[in-house]
Design a protein around this ligand. Structure first.
Ligand code: ADP
Length: 968
């Protein structure tokens, strides 16, 4: 059964009660019910609403109150109940009083349709906002009631600091709020008029404001002898009406009220307002006719057992519902207390009605202690004033307000919601979130964003953000504008293509391909065209980011145009330096040839001259001539060597060799010099001195000859020792450690570094005393470096010196295998020529031809000379030769070209290859490679000594396969 249906029956049941119907029955009996003049809509409304739920008030005698007796159904009595009783038959529908909700709750329910109408309600402007009122059926002024003998309160002016008992839903309270906002009184909230009066009577409050009839009736009925009506208020009368949120029902009610005969109305009013004792009006405190009620119940006993059973069931159901509601209440409290937001409900004078634990903690109190406290009294004055203003604003506008304020060093985000209260100012629900930390975090984020924005804006490199999909600029920094010449306004929203920045549109695809492949782009070189048409070379780095709510590309561009042009300038400078160096090398090469050729002749002639009969004096002259010539050749060799190294054209051989043999060979070479100075020359080998190594033994020997030569030169007595150690400890790789020590003059420490520089000696007088150019150590250092080794010394003046040279035992690890040299011209001398040979000598220089004549004189050779390349080829064509001696620099053809041609023809005609010896003044090692490539068998470098030349020639002729025969 639905609730309205159940209460409908209760109401119908009540209508049978004698107490209820006593007066009404009489009226009904005397006045037949007129038929209401209802409109079609009104009739339809009643037809659609066979049951109307009525909101009823309590504790407002004599207008209305509810009498609850244990074990019995509640009863609604008073003038309003009688009025309802009078109109119910006229409407023909069931009027069901809502006993299960308070009047306050009924007011709220009326806005949602939970209540259809009110029986006795005070007409207030606030209630008119949602209720349609009938005209009043009772109207009386308000009075102020105070306590005799209490505080001396006679007028409103005396209420400052006093307590006023009010019911929040009463219009009196609304008026006090509206008209006396600065009253300075505190409110003591009570449920209804009865309680309000009781509060003043027992000293809990100092005054209350009520309808004069209600006030006097309660004083009389409750025996409040200490209360008195102090003042009649000048407010509008307290109008008691019926009301409904449905305008149609309000109009129907008005018609029904109008239809109550005036005499019946008067009778009802007289019944309830009769002031004299002994009146016949029903007494509420002592309900009369209880016996009659019992009798009525007895009459109903036949049908009663069923109703009682239903009532018990209803009572049980209600109990269960209360328990259930209690559970819900606990759950609600738990939920409210679980939040870190403060939640509180204030009554319309800002006293706490409900508060969760968080809210109470913010005031340093328990939730229970907060209840009933004026919340603004707990807050510092300035904050309280501002909040009071907000509260009023919400109450006035009926709209929620959200604002932020600070209290006790914390920042709160507050939202205030109005809770509508029928007839009074709305109560307030407040949610306050502590946003102090969040604000601090927001500030930190904002500051960091500002910092980043500043960095972005002022960064000296070009930074931009573009949308990933369309490549449109979303943001650019100042450097971007400075470089491109575009203003930010001109750029934002446009793409590179629209701005004409791409020089090559394919670059765009390159960038996207790189991002797809690697996720980002790093230092991609690309050229861009600026606004003024200028081309700029840039390095682009970019990475996808999320910005402006979309996928974007953050790009950083560095202008490397200047760097590029500098690199280009450097490259050109290097090229021109290399060209200059090559020119220098060529000059040195030519100079070498030009000086060495005549020197060669001079020294050759000295050699030849020595074989002729000479006087002793002439022999002295010859020796001087030879020494001077040789030192000039040595100087020339050193300068050429150094130039060659500096020009980077030094090439080191890679071959297996025996380091001990190199050491011994050096000692053998220098033995005569040591002997001449009566110095002991020793070779010392460490026990682990290796016999196998890989590298350039000639260059190592060259270094050792220089070091040992110096040692002999700067030592007047004592010894010079050459030593070999294996030195794994000092170097990452196994190294050969050669050392040359002497007992000579020694070197001061400050010169230990400088003597390795070219043309540097310990002192200038050295040249005079010891000779030398100061180039030997510089060349040795270069050579050691070139082999991946190094040179250093240990010496002190007067205590001799030890020079160390460390080179990797295996130089292949350092450089690629290089071409091996042509056969060593210093190889052991072969047996003398055993038979007659034919020899072609290609030489353009007459002095050199004479020299060859002198060298070859007396040998079993038929020598033919050619002075040009062409002549040489002719000779080869016209005759056969056992060997050819070839100069490289010829007037017409290059000697090497001539050799190539000879080889080509030999191959073409199937002739055996003629042994060819190249004799050149070009001292560069790479010449040997070129000569070999051209087809030469032996390379001999000028100046040539007779013995070296003849030995080489002997090997050449022997290698030709000609059987050796004794000289004829
Ligand atoms: P040079 O010997 O032709 O002058 P070097 O470069 O070989 O050129 O040597 C440079 C200088 O180092 C020498 O002039 C000499 O002053 C000093 N020097 C080299 N070796 C020795 C040594 N064993 N004892 C003393 N001084 C030396």
């Amino acid at each position: 059964m639905t609730r309205p249906g159940r209460f409908c029956r209760l109401w119908l049941l009540l209508l049978w009660l004698p107490v209820w119907s006593a007066g009404a029955k009489a009226a009904l009996a005397t006045t037949p019910a007129p038929i209401l003049d209802l409109t079609a809509a009104e009739r339809r409304f009643l037809a659609d609403h066979p049951t109307l739920r009525v909101g009823v008030g309590s504790g407002q005698p004599p207008f209305q109150t509810i009498i609850r007796t244990p074990g019995a159904a509640p009863r609604y009595v008073g003038l309003s109940a009688d009025m309802l009783d009078a109109i119910a038959p006229l409407l023909g529908v069931a009027l069901v009083p809502a006993f299960d909700v308070t009047f306050t709750r009924a007011l709220e329910l009326s806005q949602t349709g939970g209540i259809d109408m009110f029986a006795g309600i005070t007409d207030t402007p606030g209630r008119r906002a949602f209720l349609h009122m009938t005209r009043p059926y009772a109207s009386h002024p308000y009075v102020m009631v105070t306590r005799q003998g209490g505080h001396d309160v006679r007028s409103m002016a005396d209420l400052g600091g006093k307590v006023i008992a009010v019911s929040p839903t009463f219009y009196a309270y609304e008026r006090l709020q509206l008209e006396y906002p600065d009253l300075g009184a505190r409110f003591d909230f009570e449920k209804n008029a009865l309680d309000t009066m009781a509060a003043v009577a027992n000293g809990q409050a100092d005054a209350c404001f009520l309808n004069i009839v209600a006030a006097t009736s309660i004083i009389r009925d409750q025996g409040h002898d200490n209360l008195r009506v102090t003042a009649v208020m000048s407010w509008p009368n307290n109008d008691i009406c019926m009301a409904s949120q449905h305008p149609l029902l309000a109009s129907i009610l008005q018609k029904a009220l109008d239809a109550i005969p005036p005499d019946r109305k008067r009778a009802m009013t007289a019944t309830w307002f009769a002031g004299s004792p002994g009146t016949s009006r029903p007494s509420i405190s002592q309900p009369r006719l209880l016996a009659g009620a019992a009798a009525a119940l007895a009459v109903l006993a036949a049908a009663g057992w069923w109703w009682r059973r239903r009532l018990r069931a209803e009572a049980a159901r209600r109990k269960a519902m209360e328990i259930d509601l209690g559970g819900h209440k606990e759950m609600l409290e738990a939920v409210l207390n679980a939040t870190s937001d403060a939640i509180l409900v204030l009554d319309d004078t800002y006293h706490v009605v409900m508060i969760n634990n968080t809210g109470a903690e913010r005031f340093g109190l328990k939730a229970e202690a907060m209840l009933g406290r004026g919340v603004l009294e707990l807050i510092d004055a300035p904050v309280a004033a501002a909040r009071r203003e907000r509260y009023r604003q919400v109450q006035a506008a009926g709209q929620p307000v959200r604002f932020t304020d600070q209290r006790a060093g914390r920042v709160y985000d507050n939202t205030i919601y109005p809770i509508p209260a029928a007839g009074g100012r709305p109560r307030l629900a407040i949610y306050a979130r502590d946003i102090t930390e969040q604000l601090a975090a927001d500030v930190a984020v904002r500051e960091s964003q500002e910092r980043l924005a500043t960095i972005f804006r002022l960064a000296p490199v070009v930074v931009s953000i573009t949308s990933l999909t369309e490549g449109r600029y979303l943001d650019v920094n100042e450097a971007f504008c400075a470089l491109t010449g575009f203003s930010p306004e001109a750029v934002i929203g446009r793409s590179n293509q629209e701005l004409g920045l791409w020089l090559n549109l394919a670059d765009r695809d390159r960038i996207f391909r790189a991002i797809e492949r690697d996720g980002l782009v790093r230092n991609l070189e690309l050229s861009l065209r600026m606004r003024d048409g200028r081309l700029v070379t840039t390095l682009l780095s970019c990475t996808p980011i999320e910005a402006y709510g979309q996928p974007c590309l953050l790009s950083i561009v560095v202008d490397i145009t200047g760097r590029k042009s500098m690199e280009e300038a450097l490259r050109l400078a290097k090229e021109s330096a290399e060209t200059a160096n090559q020119a220098k090398s060529r000059f040195l090469s030519t100079m070498s040839h030009e000086i060495r050729t005549p020197m060669n002749t001079i020294l050759g002639m000295v050699d030849v001259l020595r074989g002729t009969p000479l006087s002793e004096r002439q022999q002295d002259f010859l020796r001087t001539l030879e020494v001077a010539g040789e030192s000039l050749m040595a100087l020339l060799s050193d300068i050429l060597e150094l130039s060659k190294i500096e020009s980077g054209s030094l090439q080191l051989a890679q071959s297996p060799y025996d380091p001990v043999e190199v050491l011994n060979h050096t000692a053998a070479l220098l033995a005569p010099q040591a002997e001449a100075k009566h110095l002991a020359l020793r070779v010392e080998l460490a026990p682990d001195a290796p016999r196998q190594a890989h590298g350039d033994p000639d260059r190592i020997r060259q270094i050792l000859v220089n070091l040992a030569g110096n040692a002999i030169k700067f030592t007047s007595h004592g010894e010079v020792c050459l030593r070999l150690d294996l030195s794994p400890a000092h170097f990452a790789r196994e190294h050969l450690l050669f050392s040359v020590s002497d007992t000579g003059i020694g070197i001061p420490p400050e010169k230990h570094q400088t003597i390795f520089q070219p043309f540097t000696q310990v002192d200038s007088s050295t040249t005079r005393s010891y000779g030398g150019t100061g180039l030997g150590l510089a060349i040795s250092t270069f050579l050691a470096d070139g082999m991946g080794g190094r040179l250093w010394l240990d010496s002190a003046p007067g205590q001799g010196s030890t020079f160390y040279c460390a080179v990797p035992r295996d130089c292949r690890l350092r450089r690629d295998q290089e071409k091996t040299d042509l056969p060593d011209s210093n190889a052991p001398t072969p047996p003398p020529l055993a038979r007659h040979h034919s020899l072609l000598v290609v030489e353009d220089s007459e002095p050199n031809r004479n020299l060859y004549d002198a060298f070859l004189e007396g040998l079993p050779l038929a020598v033919r000379y050619a002075v040009t390349g062409a002549q040489a080829l002719e000779c080869i064509e016209s005759g056969s030769f056992d060997a050819v001696i070839m100069d490289i620099q010829l007037p017409d053809l290059d000697g090497l070209t001539v050799i190539q041609e000879i080889r080509r023809r030999e191959a073409a005609y199937g002739r055996p290859a003629t042994p060819i010896m190249v004799v050149t003044a070009y001292a560069f090692r790479e010449d040997s490679g070129r000569a070999e490539a051209a087809g030469a068998d032996v390379l001999l470098t000028k100046p040539i000594q007779k013995s070296r030349f003849l030995a080489a020639l002997g090997r050449l002729l022997d290698d030709s396969g000609t059987p050796a025969a004794p000289e004829a």
